[in-house]
Design a binder for this molecule. Sequence first.
Ligand SMILES: Cc1ncc(COP(=O)(O)O)c(C=O)c1O
Length: 419
Amino acid sequence: MAPVRRVLLSAIVRGTTTTTIASSSYRARTTTTTSSSSIGSGSSSSSAHASGLLDASKLVITRTTAPKRLHPPEDLVFGKTFTDHLLSVEWTASGGWRAPRIVPYQNLSLDPATCVFQYGFACFEGMKAYRAADGSTRLFRPDKNMARLNKSAVRIALPAFDGAQLIELIKELVRLDGRFIPTARGYSLYIRPTLIGTQPSLGIGPPGSALLYTIASPVGPYYPTGFKAVSLEATNYAVRAWPGGVGDKKLGANYAPCIVPQMMAAQKGYHQNLWLFGEEERVTEVGAMNFFAVLKDHKTGQKELITPPLDGTILEGVTRDSVLILARERLVPEGWKVSERYCTMRELAAAADEGRLVEAFGAGTAAIVSPIRMIAWNERTVDCGLKAGEEAGETATRLKGWIEAIQYADEVHEWSVRV
Ligand SMILES: Cc1ncc(COP(=O)(O)O)c(C=O)c1O
């Protein structure tokens, strides 16, 4: 970002620039549906949008007058508590993106006919801010989240935006609410950019208005007491995604249908379900994580790290991409093979029977890696290589260490972006 713009934004944050809406009256106005300032009403009082492009330099900040109490880090539950503020930018087909606003965290005000409720015009991202040992705050590859959100948006006729501008706006939100990021290792601030269609109409068509907002929630380590390997049920009666579908987009509509299969697996005592595809039962994703396996070649003994290819049925995970890049950089020189290729349940089961399935794990922002102990597949159990009492294999442990070292800036790396 240009230095001039940085200075302007920090001046706003420090409150030296006039803010447009007093937070007390703001709260009062959200109680009426005709409020001109409530978020989502499509009539924000900041109407400046000279170009219609998303422009971080037009940010207006209204600070909360009622800062929230911080929860003790050990009491944090994922996605249950939120920071003091949220970022919101309204868009209309006629005017483009309006001036971005950071305002006290509050409810949205939307007409019951709004298209997001009726037809699922919603997409989102999941990313984190980390507190490094030197006290700085870092984002991890935020450009990847921006690119993915834009792809999701465009697929459901929502507006695209300049990802670099949204990163700057998210940085401002993180700076303003930085006190919510616990300092201990493993803690972070989960950031949820969300884009919804806000047109209040039952007609099915491209939304004429939209809302891009971002909320943030302090979160604890996924494994507070160390890794816990999971047991999976391979789902053979439902599919998560299909060729030509939208499984490679982060649409809200992709997630609700995953809950029942997850509950079915849980009823039988499994932690999560494993998504398969096709007659040949190709492994696709683990719950809401990308799938990886380590297999040993039956002739040469060479280790191969496998993950399914991005064929449109797999979400392009930021963690998946990071695992692949680091594995190619650091494991291949050790003699490994790294493959983006299909892997069927039959192949996994055969490898397990022959003692060649070394490890399997899920990969995603929430946990980085989630080791898999076993997969229940039809009438049998596929053992994923962990020894009794072992909660994670060597590869998953090394990869988590490498990625975490970058996220918390122990290692200087271009993926770690200073806030
Ligand atoms: C379906 C699905 N697959 C994979 C992932 C992992 O993606 P990422 O590494 O970007 O968190 C997620 C999480 O967002 C997901 O929802």
